[in-house]
Design a protein around this ligand. Structure first.
Ligand SMILES: CSC[C@H]1O[C@H](OP(=O)(O)O)[C@H](O)[C@@H]1O
Ligand SMILES: Nc1ncnc2[nH]cnc12
Length: 286
């Protein structure tokens, strides 16, 4: 099953058949909303609006662990994340799509791991995005002839306020390409859950650094997003179809991310923690 996490402005997924909204609960609590299940061609989809329908939950209060655990519990193996971002580069104007391949995580007020005292794990994050999934997204954007760039660094800020001018200039000096508030710890948790994860960033604004463009506002973000919603939906359809027929998926390294990650000696593992983690790490805990 393919998981779609819809960001700002993307609160449903039209065009599916056999649809239903289902409740999910996880050992970390409930996700942002019910999950929308349905079929699109040969693909089974599970869609979760990241902020809940109507955009109720701000980035710092999202239960990222519950969102990822809920998708995993439904049988999701690949997660396509859709996000609104500000651009930190002149050559990435609003309306452009970026297939993100790196992150700088500047968030500080979020739970970032399923693991902890009693069962410690360290997964690799050098390549935070599934290259196979990123390739499918790149091909789909090309086929749709949408303005896009393959590869880019997404700076994840805590928010909810937008950046100061000094911060925006700093992130540009760090060679970041786009800025948003949500893809971390989402990508880290997907890796811990052994899910293939990739993010498509839809540029909605030039943040606040650009000398001849207005500073970002929610209105401007939503205006650009709504103008691109149909493109995003077509992208989901193309990528889902490619994934449904991808024979390489089972061999993907993301799906074995926990092979060498657990460090707590089996004899001193907390049994309650081990129990809680069955849905996430059961493959290596049995
Ligand atoms: C509505 S502008 C700020 C908001 O939009 C982005 O969210 P998402 O990644 O879910 O599309 C950004 O990260 C902020 O949360
Ligand atoms: N400029 C910006 N900063 C942070 N998050 C955003 N989401 C969309 N535009 C953004």
């Amino acid at each position: 099953m393919i998981g779609i996490i819809g960001g700002s402005g993307l609160y449903d997924l039209p065009g599916l058949t056999d649809t239903r909204w289902v409740d999910c609960d996880t050992p970390w609590g409930p996700p942002s909303d019910q999950v929308f299940l349905g079929r699109l061609g040969d693909a089974e989809l599970a869609f979760l609006p990241r902020h809940g329908r109507g955009h109720r939950v701000p980035p710092s209060e999202l239960n990222y662990r519950a969102n990822i655990a809920a998708l995993k519990s439904l049988g999701v193996s690949d997660v396509l994340s859709l996000s609104a971002v500000g651009s930190l580069r002149e050559d990435l104007p609003p309306g452009c799509f970026v297939v993100v391949d790196q992150f700088i995580d500047r968030t500080f007020a979020r739970e970032k791991s399923f693991f902890g005292t009693g069962l410690v794990a360290h997964v690799a994050m050098a390549s935070p995005v599934c290259a196979r999934l990123g390739e499918h997204i790149g091909r789909a954007l090309e086929a749709q002839q949408l303005p896009h760039r393959r590869g880019g660094t997404y700076l994840v800020m805590e928010g909810p306020q937008f950046s100061t001018l000094a911060e925006s200039r700093l992130y540009r000096a760090w060679n970041c390409d786009v800025i948003g508030m949500t893809n971390m710890p989402e990508a880290k948790l997907a890796r811990e859950a052994e899910l293939c994860y990739a993010s498509v960033a839809m540029v909605t604004d030039f943040d606040c650094w650009h000398p001849t463009h207005d500073d970002v506002t929610v209105d401007a973000v939503i205006r650009v997003l709504l103008g691109n919603a149909a493109h995003a939906q077509q992208l989901v359809a193309r990528v889902s179809d490619a994934l449904a027929h991808d024979a390489h998926a089972p061999g993907c390294a993301c799906r074995r991310a926990l092979d060498h990650a657990l460090i707590t000696a089996p004899a001193v593992r907390d049994p309650a923690m081990v129990q809680r983690l069955q849905g996430i790490a059961g493959r290596v805990l049995r």
